[in-house]
Design a protein around this ligand. Structure first.
Ligand code: PLP
Length: 426
């Protein structure tokens, strides 16, 4: 595999950008080597700057559920781009996306568009605090809700990947109202709710964790959170930035039949353009300015290109019969194939999968929270990662990130992936 151009570009990038990247998870720091510079992508296939091609399981970290450069999305963007790309005034495209989201997601009264998942989560918490007139938030160890100060304690994703325990530059005051509890541990939530009676504004969670690998909620976990929130007068926030429109038309909330008070979205609803959104019960959302006193704004929020890409993405999903069934089938096929392939090695491993989110952990015990995810053998993961990359399979460069299957991962791609895994040797 020739990667000379990527190496040259990375050397240049390192002189211009901290660590050569604009988001730490891209850096390959956890797996060693240098990141590949990508030139283009089509469907499930990425092409790097040296002309190598890969089957892509990163999917831009979630958004590319239709595969890359979907013709309907591309055509709509081409049409939109010539109308000028931003006005700072309302556009019809905002409503189209808002309308399709409220149709697909049960309990979505009103929604506010922002520019990233980070903004969405930060704003949802501000809103929950205003609505409940309480200050504390409860989050789970290993869950990632973007990089706002209050969330940067025991967060998953890049912080776990890079082994950063607590982010520098976050003053103690910014996290003093953040309570951290292990994921899937309802007893611990109960204890925290008890200890901070009448002080908790919200419990925020990824309904399926995807930033410490993929971890399904234990049975009754989400229902238990709903119950505890109701008892404590706290809001339940589902951070569906990753799971929204990936696990079901109505996200994890629909898949698991639990209604949160607020949702946050991102990734898929931008179709690959920068986007986020938060929404939920209308009476809560009406506290947001200009109706209410909760201030939150954005120069580029509701950007016409982002709205268009997101709208068309969701329309294609809605109009494709059996969209989620096929994703489930393909993902199940991949999981079974990987199980068989890795089973032939004499190494302990776990494969966690919920719908089209999947992760492989080289560890003996089931992975159901951050502590068990950390048991994974990272040296082994590194070897596996580079073996797969050499074989043309582009995985997230971290054991703490979920793989994503898209609608365009066909049998042929999955078979090649399984064959690559089967040829892995220690
Ligand atoms: C990606 C992600 C975020 C942050 O979104 P950005 O657009 O990267 O700011 C927040 N929450 C979850 C669950 C995510 O997966």
């Amino acid at each position: 595999m020739k990667t000379q151009r990527s190496e040259e570009l990375f050397a240049k990038a390192c002189r211009l950008l901290p660590g050569g990247v604009n988001s730490p998870v891209r850096s390959f720091k956890a797996v060693g080597g240098h990141p590949l510079f990508i030139r283009s992508a089509q469907g499930a296939i990425l092409q790097d700057e040296d002309g190598n091609t890969y089957i892509d399981y990163v999917g831009s970290w979630g958004p590319m559920i239709l595969g890359h450069a979907h013709p309907a999305v591309t055509a709509a963007l081409q049409e939109a781009v010539v109308q000028s790309v931003s006005f700072g005034a309302p556009v019809e495209a905002e409503m189209r996306l808002a309308e399709v989201i409220t149709r697909m997601v049960p309990g979505m009264g009103k929604i506010r568009m922002v520019n990233s998942g980070t903004e969405a989560c930060m704003s949802a918490v501000r809103l929950a605090r205003a609505f409940t007139r309480k200050s504390k938030i409860l989050k789970f160890e290993g869950c990632y809700h973007g990089h706002a100060d209050a969330f940067l304690v025991k967060a998953g994703s890049g912080m776990s990947t890079l082994g950063i325990p607590n982010a520098a530059g976050v003053p103690p005051a910014a996290v003093q109202d953040t309570i951290i509890v292990p994921f899937n541990n309802l007893k611990a939530v109960e204890r925290a709710v008890d200890a901070y009676k009448n002080e908790i504004a919200a419990i925020i969670t990824e309904p399926v964790a995807g930033n410490m690998g993929c971890i399904a909620p234990a049975e009754h976990f989400l229902a238990g959170l709903r119950h505890l929130c109701d008892e404590a007068g706290a809001l339940l926030i589902f951070d569906e930035v990753m799971t929204g429109f990936r696990l079901a038309p109505g996200g994890a909330a629909e898949r698991f039949g639990i209604q949160p008070d607020l949702f946050t979205f991102g990734k898929i609803i931008g179709g690959g353009l920068p986007v986020g959104a938060y929404g939920g019960r209308a009476e809560i959302m009406d506290l947001v300015a200009p109706v209410g006193p909760v201030y939150q704004a954005g120069t580029l929020s509701g950007n016409p290109l982002a709205m268009t890409a997101g709208f068309v993405t969701l329309q294609v999903i809605r109009q494709t019969p059996g969209f989620y069934e096929k994703l489930e089938e393909q993902s199940h096929y991949l999981e079974s194939g990987l199980r068989e392939a890795l089973g032939a090695l004499s190494v302990p491993f776990q494969i966690n999968r919920v719908g089209s989110m999947l992760s492989v952990h080289f560890t003996e015990k089931p992975v159901m929270d951050f502590a068990s995810a950390r048991e994974g053998d990272n040296v082994f993961f590194r070897k596996f990662f580079h073996h797969m990359l050499q074989a043309g399979i582009y995985l997230p460069p971290s054991p703490y990130e979920a793989w994503f299957v898209s609608a365009l991962h066909e049998r042929e791609h999955l078979d090649r992936t399984i064959a690559a895994a089967a040829s892995f040797r220690l």
